[in-house]
Ligand binder design. Structure first.
Ligand SMILES: [Zn+2]
Length: 514
């Protein structure tokens, strides 16, 4: 996620900075205010100390669910993962391995969705009932391994009751037929709206971070339960549906076009996306060094200016692969939405940009680098809980500077001066515990990014880049916490860094850089 420089609803300027403050970061989606995503359970922080600086690392261990939810008395799947910021999402008792979403979407009037979700999961306990997150859509029927199962919808949960107890450690396939008018919702964060953006009669997109996936499919909507995805999108021509990963089927019949996209590497639910629009799919040759296939989805009217803003993608792939390790997915591509909103979002293998950012003048270079870097930091290694958000945003922000240093021959002293200046204007909230509403606050980006530069100075380049590559190698495909990063850094640096991270990731004065 990168916050651009939009003010109100008009595009004034996109600063060469992906987190520039926005007086009003409300997206320009013509979406009605939806239901309050937190109405059933307001987020709470588990931090009990008034001194975040000194307790920041301790709080990461306080997010363990209470033992009572693990025991699953009466074989009921738990209906919260106890995320410290968003306890209303997530479900326990199972681990999803794959989602197969078959979506028929119409956008001519108010958007409608008619869909079947096929969810393969492994039970982690005996289950007489399990639940998924689902908001604003009506379920017509549920089956488990082909047999009809009872279901109910309440408090933004879909509860499923099998005929007989589901045995633990077994694989089950659950299908959910559902439909309705997908909705958006105000999020607590600076980005404003999440869920389903219905721009107009030709353009729609989903924004999942942090809890928007449940607005368009039944899901265990928490980054700790990653899965593979196959997503088919059936829309009226000449429109086309775009989603994550590789386009494996593209069929037209009776005036409708059905595209099928596969994401074969585990993906957090907030990184799944689908968009409908007047897109041209533009393939380019694999990047010279990395061999990564790049296929962009661009509004046809913007084809002539697209390259001016995205022509460095291949070179960025090369530089980041050199610094962080191989690009983690089969394909990469930008998705430019023909509508204005104030941020960019790193959907997996498919970074989403507002058309308001794209005019061909190259001024969004930092944002393009930022979203690409998220493919390693946030997407391949996802946050264990939302409190770990700096592992996404601090890293992607610092990667902007790494691109300028290693890809553009930037002066490291000048880059460092800018990093310090910007972090000095965004000390709080603590990047290590910004709170649910502070998820995308500037300190998470700026102070979080400077934390990594400080680590680099402290341990030296060799150890620093070893830490980054080992982080990706060890936790890639899964989710990891701030505590995991601190432990890894200490392991490779051969010394305690607990105080170091507590200082940098807190909300007090910046520690001394050198
Ligand atoms: Zn970001």
């Amino acid at each position: 996620m990168a916050i651009g420089g939009l003010v109100a609803l008009s595009m004034l300027a996109v600063a060469c900075s992906s987190d520039s403050p926005s007086a009003d970061a409300a997206p320009a989606a013509q979406a009605s205010a939806g239901s309050d995503t937190t109405s059933s359970a307001p987020p709470v922080s588990t931090s009990t100390s008034t001194s975040k600086t000194s307790t920041i690392l301790a709080t990461t261990t306080s997010t363990e669910p209470p033992a009572s939810t693990i025991a699953l008395p009466q074989n009921l799947g738990g209906e919260s993962i106890f995320d410290p910021y968003y306890p209303e999402v997530g479900n326990t008792g199972y681990d999803v391995t794959s989602y197969d979403l078959d979506l028929k979407i119409d956008v001519a009037g108010i958007d409608t969705l008619d869909a079947v979700a096929t969810i393969e999961l492994v039970t982690q306990a005996p289950l007489d009932r399990l639940s998924f997150d689902l908001v604003g859509l009506d379920v017509q029927g549920v089956t488990i391994d082909g047999m009809p199962a009872m279901h109910e919808q309440t408090n933004n949960k879909l509860r499923v009751v099998p005929d007989a107890t589901l045995a633990p450690n077994e694989t089950f396939v659950i299908t959910v037929a559902y439909s309705g008018q997908p909705t958006d919702a105000r999020s607590l964060t600076r980005i404003g709206t999440i869920g389903w953006y219905d721009f107009d009669t030709t353009t729609s997109v989903t924004i999942g971070e942090p809890t928007g996936a449940r607005h368009w499919f039944p899901v265990n909507d928490h980054p700790s339960d990653k899965a593979t995805y196959s997503i088919s999108v059936d829309v009226a021509e000449p429109l086309v549906g775009v989603s994550n990963g590789e386009l494996v089927a593209d069929e037209s019949s009776n005036g409708r076009r059905r595209t099928t996209w596969e994401m074969r590497q585990p993906m957090a639910s907030y990184l799944a996306t689908v968009s409908v629009g007047d897109y041209t799919l533009v393939s380019s040759d694999p990047a010279e060094t990395t061999g990564v296939e790049v296929e962009d989805a661009v509004p046809t009217r913007l084809l002539s200016v697209f390259d001016g803003d995205f022509e460095q993608t291949d070179e960025m792939l090369d530089v980041f692969a050199e610094l962080f390790g191989p690009y983690p997915f089969d394909e990469y591509g930008a998705l430019v939405i023909d509508g204005e909103f104030s941020f960019a979002l790193e959907a997996q293998g498919r970074s989403i940009f507002s058309s308001g950012f794209v005019d061909g003048d190259g001024s969004i270079e930092r944002i393009v680098a930022h979203e690409l870097a998220h493919q390693w930091f946030g997407n391949h290694v996802s946050p264990a809980t939302w409190q770990d958000i700096w592992l996404n945003e601090g890293f992607a922000s610092y990667a902007e500077d790494l691109w300028l240093e290693f890809g553009r021959g930037g002066n490291i002293t000048q880059l460092e001066t800018r990093l310090v200046e910007r972090a000095s204007t965004a000390l709080a909230p603590a990047p290590g515990d910004p709170g649910a509403a502070g998820l995308f606050d500037r300190s998470v980006y700026r102070r979080g990014g400077l934390t990594l530069h400080a680590l680099r100075i402290d341990v030296g380049d060799d150890v620093f880049f070893d830490i980054l590559q080992t982080w990706i190698g060890r936790f890639g495909g899964g989710s990891a916490s701030t505590e995991d990063f601190v432990e890894l850094s200490e392991e490779l640096a051969g010394k305690s860094l607990t105080e170091f991270f507590a200082g940098w990731l807190g909300d007090g004065a910046l520690p001394t850089l050198r």
